[in-house]
Design a protein around this ligand. Structure first.
Ligand SMILES: Nc1ncnc2c1ncn2[C@@H]1O[C@H](COP(=O)(O)OP(=O)(O)OP(=O)(O)O)[C@@H](O)[C@H]1O
Length: 410
């Protein structure tokens, strides 16, 4: 049985390639897959299934106990894999299969795929070379929209490097020194959904200037914790959660909280569908709006120019954001969350789906923010991110009475 890996970088037209492939527009080298039954293991498939379940009100993957939509991202990927394997396809396209998966499920997934590799052919699309499945013997690369077969070792030479200018991060426009410390405090917080216990007695404090990484296996409660900080989870009420010195739910508006927090998660990128230039995307970060509704002031423009110079993006300041590669979009979005110098910057799995070089660049930016500003950083990721320099790690560990949390060294 033949298996392929296709390496992509953040300039590859992955989505088009997959769509064409599914319609039978297949490169010659992969012609053996023509007219075969193929399925796609990808966030796109999950989105479609959630949508279908919602529209037709019937369960495809959801169970009596839990809907697909409310599962954590790792749980969704596990459920999808089992669903696809049951369909007995001839081949499965695995779109960055390890993204969002913790180490233990990554290993489990590798074992399952190896087991099935004798009768299902796999085409793995990978941003990171280290993710290559061990049983794969054919290699390809997608450069923009062109597929080429390669020798495994040529991959590294093809990647183009982007780097920063060496300039310092611009100073804040407003001084937020008056914000109360600690920024976030959880005191014995326990959360359940029905009978399902999620968090058990979490006590955790984030102070000004801290640099935390929040880790934990799939389903351990990382997103649940974030949603309690950023303001959208009703489960926070009645708990002892203090944000910027005030008990959550004691009169502060979501807007008050959001003003002090810079937040970025890759899912947010989809909100920016319109024609926003790179420069305007950054300017809108100063006011936290999706578009630009007022004419920016000269001071705002000046500070954003400095950011563009720091990021080495000044040459493409007038390019539309949605025309950028994924790697550059992530950089812009991370910087956008930071330009207002929030007291707390939350980055939720920011490197998901990025190639090695782009991920490394983003990590460099986060370390730079930590070194040169007073902003506290909360970097959420189950992947040990090479070269990230958090001062402490808060780890969640799943247990029958809900996840427990503990502080550990990076
Ligand atoms: N509305 C809900 N109803 C039932 N269970 C829920 C609901 N929302 C979340 N959960 C459960 O809470 C647990 C924690 O989910 P959460 O998304 O916080 O985990 P996570 O650590 O972010 O996981 P991942 O790394 O997979 O994204 C999961 O088991 C999830 O299924």
């Amino acid at each position: 049985m033949n298996h392929w890996v296709i390496y992509i970088d953040n300039n590859s037209a992955k989505k088009n390639f997959i769509e064409d492939f599914q319609k039978g527009k297949i490169p010659n080298e992969l012609i053996e897959y023509q007219n075969k039954k193929g399925l796609l293991y990808s966030p796109f498939t999950l989105e479609k299934l959630i949508d279908e379940e919602d529209k037709h009100d019937h369960k495809i993957i959801s169970t009596e106990i839990q809907s697909l939509e409310t599962m954590s991202s790792g749980e969704q990927k596990k459920a999808l894999l089992h669903y696809l394997l049951k369909e007995k396809p001839n081949f499965i396209i695995l779109d960055n299969p390890f993204d969002n998966l913790d180490i233990s499920f990554q290993n489990e997934l590798k074992t399952i795929l190896k087991e099935y590799s004798s009768h299902i052919s796999f085409i793995q699309i990978a941003s990171r070379k280290a993710d290559t499945l061990s049983f794969i013997q054919n290699f390809g690369r997608l450069t923009f929209d062109t597929f080429t077969e390669i020798q495994d070792s040529t991959f590294e030479k093809q990647t183009k490097k982007h780097s920063f200018s060496g300039l310092s991060i611009p100073q804040p426009l407003e001084n937020l020194a008056s914000v109360n410390n600690p920024l976030v405090q959880f005191k014995n917080v326990s959360i359940s959904y029905g009978n399902k216990k999620i968090l058990d007695n979490i006590s955790w404090t984030i102070n000004k200037g801290d640099f935390w990484q929040l880790t934990g296996a799939n389903g351990s409660g990382k997103s649940t914790i974030l949603s309690m900080i950023t303001g959208d989870n009703p489960k926070a009420f009645g708990q002892e959660i203090f944000l910027f010195g005030k008990l959550k739910g004691s009169g502060e508006t979501v807007w008050d909280i959001k003003k002090k927090i810079g937040y970025y998660s890759p899912a947010m990128t989809n909100k920016f569908k319109g024609r926003h230039t790179v420069e305007n995307m950054l300017i809108s970060g100063l006011t936290d709006s999706v578009g630009l509704y007022t004419i920016p002031t000269e001071v705002q423009k000046r500070v954003i120019k400095q950011w563009l110079l720091v990021l080495n993006l000044h040459d493409i300041k007038d390019t539309y954001f949605n025309k950028l590669s994924t790697g550059k979009q992530r950089l812009v979005m991370t910087a956008r969350a930071m330009v207002k110098h929030p007291t707390l910057l939350i980055l939720d799995e920011p490197t998901t789906g990025m190639d090695d070089n782009s991920a490394a660049l983003l990590v460099t930016l986060v370390n730079k923010i930590a070194q040169e500003t007073n902003t506290a950083i909360l970097f959420v990721s189950h992947r040990k991110e090479p070269n990230l320099e958090p001062k402490s790690v808060y780890a969640l560990e799943i247990a029958p009475s809900g996840s427990i949390g503990y502080i550990t060294t990076p």
